[in-house]
Ligand binder design. Structure first.
Ligand SMILES: Cc1cc2nc3c(=O)[nH]c(=O)nc-3n(C[C@H](O)[C@H](O)[C@H](O)COP(=O)(O)OP(=O)(O)OC[C@H]3O[C@@H](n4cnc5c(N)ncnc54)[C@H](O)[C@@H]3O)c2cc1C
Length: 416
């Protein structure tokens, strides 16, 4: 018999961008809330894989700079992160706008918000089983560092990124024939060069020569410099990993080992063969290879590519997507598909509500969406909104509030 730690109104699984947003929204909406995270810190891919920039918070625009796609929690979180990170908005090609952030600032901001909102946080806690009665989830079990405990809940929100509850409860899912490629981020210090453009050019020339003449891994052509979050004393690099992402047993071990070996091969080559790397040191290879997408929950509605590209509007919207479809296949560059400038698409509430379980919601990169739609809706700005919305929907459900009333509440709070 496991110890029953506590009974909650809302239990959130996963403390990435969406889970943090969900827990804050639920507690601010009056729910007794638990947040369970398997790492020792919050942020998910934003911190453990250090993806480096916040996308999907601003409209894509040629003439309006820094116009948020929605207000409320999204604007507060991103504005606070910008202050803590001391970074500036970047305007990229095609009117794309994104904010570089510091990983430590993201972690600390999440800690501060969880503490200020008095959320019961369980770090280093992995959810490993769940039980339901009929079509209602009753409890989850987690390994809380070294203790096995049980949390009962009235509503559950799966923000695990990988739709953890699908396996644990044998639920229907949305899977893909092929998942997007992953990326390993790493940072290097003690580089020398007079300016960044010359540095890039010299590095690419060395890598091309190495691939052509010295048998250097062809993955070297997938190396890029992360925009914005770097200064010249320490640069962050992104290496897209040519290794098929699948969810077979222990596949993540192979992927992480392979990614680190590629980083070391490329770095060692540059250190020997490029003068700007002569004294360079690797500061960090980020904790995880970044997995872009995985299995998703099957909701009452599946957001699809047509709706994204048509910037569809929906009266039951609970989040607004502003990032294009950015699909990473095995090619070295992503395929981008855009909708109109200065516009957004709506994500209906039904994409966050389980098709089969009455008290299950989901948010972030495991919402109910097809392969292309999730290639847009997975970015952090959108995850913050779907997380916030799921927190309101789940906590209102506990109090018997009608879904339509809840949706109106989300729309007001996010200032649609
Ligand atoms: C390589 C890469 C580059 C990207 N670039 C950008 C970018 O530049 N800008 C941008 O906005 N977005 C980017 N993204 C997308 C974005 O980072 C993620 O989609 C987003 O952060 C996902 O947030 P989430 O909360 O849905 O899930 P996650 O961040 O995946 O968080 C899920 C959390 O759940 C926890 N968890 C999982 N299972 C369990 C369990 N059983 N028990 C307890 N906890 C569990 C995990 O530890 C994790 O902390 C990128 C993604 C990748 C991979």
């Amino acid at each position: 018999m496991k110890e029953i730690f506590e009974t909650y109104d809302v239990v959130v699984i996963g403390g990435g961008a969406s889970g943090v947003a969900a827990a804050i929204a639920a507690v601010q909406n009056g729910a007794k809330t638990a947040l369970v995270e398997r790492s020792a810190y919050l942020g998910g891919k934003a911190t453990a894989a250090y993806v480096g920039t916040i996308c999907g918070a601003y409209l894509r625009s040629e003439n309006q700079l820094g116009r948020f796609v929605s207000g409320g929690f999204l604007k507060q979180f991103v504005s606070e992160l910008q202050i803590k990170s001391k970074t500036d908005l970047i305007k990229g090609k095609e009117g794309l706008q994104y904010l570089p952030y510091r990983k430590s600032a993201f972690k600390v901001l999440c800690d501060d918000l969880i503490r200020a909102n008095k959320i019961d946080l369980f770090l280093q806690s992995t959810v490993h089983s769940a039980s339901k009665k009929g079509s209602t989830i009753d409890n989850i079990e987690l390994l809380n560092y070294d203790k096995n405990i049980k949390l009962q809940g009235k509503s559950f929100i799966d923000c695990s990124g990988d739709a953890t509850l699908i396996d644990l409860l044998s639920l229907d899912l949305i899977s893909s024939d092929q998942y997007q490629t992953s990326t390993q981020v790493f940072s290097v210090s003690d580089l020398t060069a007079d300016n960044i453009e010359n540095f890039k050019l010299s590095m690419m020339k060395s890598l091309q020569k190495g691939m052509r003449e010295s048998g250097l891994t062809k993955a070297a052509k997938r190396l890029s410099i992360m925009p914005g979050a770097s200064d010249f004393n320490q640069l962050y690099f992104k290496l897209s990993i040519p290794f098929e992402v699948t969810f077979e047993t222990n596949r993540m071990t192979e992927l992480n080992l392979y990614a680190r070996s590629l980083v070391m091969e490329i770095f060692d080559f540059l250190k020997k063969g490029n003068k700007n790397f002569e004294n360079a040191r690797i500061v960090q290879i980020e904790d995880q290879v970044g997995i872009r997408t995985g299995r998703r929950h099957l909701g009452k509605k599946i957001l699809n590519k047509r709706e994204v590209l048509a910037s569809i509007k929906d009266p039951t919207s609970i989040a607004r997507g502003s990032w294009p479809i950015e699909y990473w296949s095995m090619d070295s560059k992503p395929k981008m598909e855009y909708f109109s400038l200065d516009d957004f698409y709506d994500i209906p509430a039904a994409c966050l509500c389980s098709d089969s379980i009455d008290n299950l919601y989901f948010a972030g990169r495991n919402i109910s969406a097809d392969d292309e739609a999730i290639a847009s809706a997975r970015v952090i700005g959108t995850c913050l909104q779907t997380g916030f919305a799921a927190g309101i929907l789940a906590s209102d459900k506990v109090n018997g509030i009608e879904a339509l009333e809840s949706i109106k509440k989300v729309q007001n709070k996010l200032e649609f």
